[in-house]
Design a protein around this ligand. Structure first.
Ligand code: GDP
Ligand code: IMO
Ligand code: MG
Length: 427
């Protein structure tokens, strides 16, 4: 049995897509287990960038099975568009499987997401407005519609009727917005159902079987640990569990099947949307990193908030996920900097803060404690051998690994598949 898992260790957009695409060369199957089209994973290969949202990043390999698992929320319209775009680029989804248990996103989820953000005003979360929160809320509320329901016209019609009536009441009476036409939605979704039908399978069974057969199974996390609904900076989180534990549930397997858990850590930090960000740099250095790195959201186009690497937060993520290895990404972005900072802890009123704060009021008052490193001032993107990295760069890497308490497995020095240094070849 060989499994590996790729999990975001910060606030998303760490480069999970790039790391999954790299590791997928050896995978028989790549499994997405949570989130929806709020994710934007970029894979760069053959000089072309492929932005993926619901499609697992293993799709670039024609023989690899790609699973959209049980814990995922699927907007069929958006997913079919994504599949068509990929097909137009010569990438087909022949080996795609979609879980019978995955939840379906409807236009009322999207409208409710927008309505609630508007209603919150200055207290908005800054969601991607893809209906993710309302869809997961329906799942937890046990009124969600699953892929297997969508495949059965009678069951679907009944469940949709209940939901459209309920959502129209909410939209019209609470939010003063227009509701939806049930008949039209039924027709639209039955159309999507026929297009998706060939792919809808019991993916729990598929994944369990492949793991048992000793195949190489790679799990692809979306979002990131600090956006975890329970353990992230709640309520400024997403509505799923983008952690190793969440991946077990979302893929339908037990924790003993999880090996080689990679925490993907961008060499600095970014955050899209609202919420606490202790190392944020709203200043010249933040602007400079954003410009070098072109940090704008792939899903919403929003400028990403930028800050120094928060090794304190990543240490917390390492504990939440039991990371085996770190995959450090976008290290090349720091090439030009004279000075690089890393937050190694938080202080409150001059005293170290031991636990990662749950209370956001408290978190907003902590002071990050920084270690400062001299920059290596050298281009590193062409380097493929860890030993050839500049001495200051290696010192920086060794130190962050020590602060986080997890060994480094991969160092990424550019967006493309080739721009990768393998420190520990484990999968
Ligand atoms: P994800 O959501 O975690 O998959 O990350 P995104 O794809 O949203 O954002 C990461 C961005 O960084 C993408 O544009 C990647 O192509 C790019 N990227 C990944 N690794 C590296 C790297 O090591 N260096 C550079 N310069 N870019 C990278
Ligand atoms: P990938 O997989 C970065 C953020 C949103 C918002 C919060 C809730 O590309 O790393 P949601 O629409 O999920 O209800 O929004 O979560 N968010 C992400 N930030 N990368 C992502 O995905 C994200 N997915 C959601 O910006 O703050
Ligand atoms: Mg992204």
């Amino acid at each position: 049995m060989a499994t590996a898992m790729v999990i975001g260790a910060q606030w998303g957009d760490e480069g999970k897509g790039k790391i999954v695409d790299y590791l997928a060369a050896k995978a028989d199957v790549v499994v997405r287990s949570q989130g929806g089209n709020n994710a934007g994973h970029t894979v760069v290969t053959g000089g072309k960038a492929y932005p993926l949202r619901l499609m697992p990043s293993g799709i670039m390999y024609p023989g690899t099975i790609c699973v959209v698992g049980t814990g995922v929320v699927i907007d069929p319209k958006s997913f079919l568009e994504e599949m068509e775009k990929l097909e137009a680029q010569g990438i087909n989804a022949k080996h795609l499987q979609i879980s019978t248990r995955a939840q379906v996103v409807f236009p009322y989820h999207i409208r409710l997401d927008e309505a609630e953000e508007m209603r919150k005003g200055s207290r908005k979360l800054g969601t991607t407005k893809n209906g993710i929160g309302p869809c997961y809320a329906d799942k937890i509320n046990r009124i969600g519609i699953r892929m297997c329901d969508l495949m059965d016209k009678e069951v679907f019609a009944e469940k949709l009727k209940y939901n459209v009536e309920q959502k129209n009441m909410l939209l019209e009476k609470l939010y003063d917005m227009e509701g939806f036409d049930y008949e039209q939605m039924l027709i639209d979704y039955l159309g999507y159902a026929e297009k998706l039908r060939p792919y809808v399978k019991d993916t729990n069974y598929t994944v369990q079987t492949l793991v048992r057969e000793g195949k190489n199974v790679l799990f692809e996390g979306a979002q990131a640990s600090m956006l975890d609904c329970d353990n992230g900076t709640y309520p400024f989180v997403t509505s799923s569990h983008p952690t190793a534990g969440g991946a077990c549930i979302g893929a339908g397997i037990g924790p003993h099947m999880m090996q080689n858990i990679f925490g993907v850590v961008k060499a600095y930090s970014t955050r899209v949307g609202e919420g606490p960000f202790p190392t944020e740099q709203v200043n010249e250095i933040g602007d400079r990193i954003r410009d070098i790195a072109h940090e704008f959201g792939t899903v919403t186009g929003r400028p990403r908030r930028v800050g120094w690497l928060d090794a304190r937060a990543v240490r917390y993520a390492a504990a939440l996920n039991s990371f085996d290895y770190l995959a450090i990404t976008r290290l090349d972005i720091l090439d030009e900097l004279e000075e690089i900072k890393v937050c190694v802890g938080y202080e409150y009123e001059g005293k170290p803060v031991k636990e990662y704060p749950a209370d956001l009021k408290f978190l907003s008052k902590v002071t990050p404690v920084y270690k400062t490193y001299k920059g290596w001032k050298e281009k590193i993107s062409a380097i493929r051998d860890y030993d050839r990295l500049p001495a200051r760069c290696k010192e920086y890497l060794a130190d962050i690994s020590k602060e986080i308490g997890v060994p480094i497995g991969i160092v990424s020095v550019g967006p493309s598949r080739e721009e990768t240094i393998v420190v520990k070849d484990v999968f």
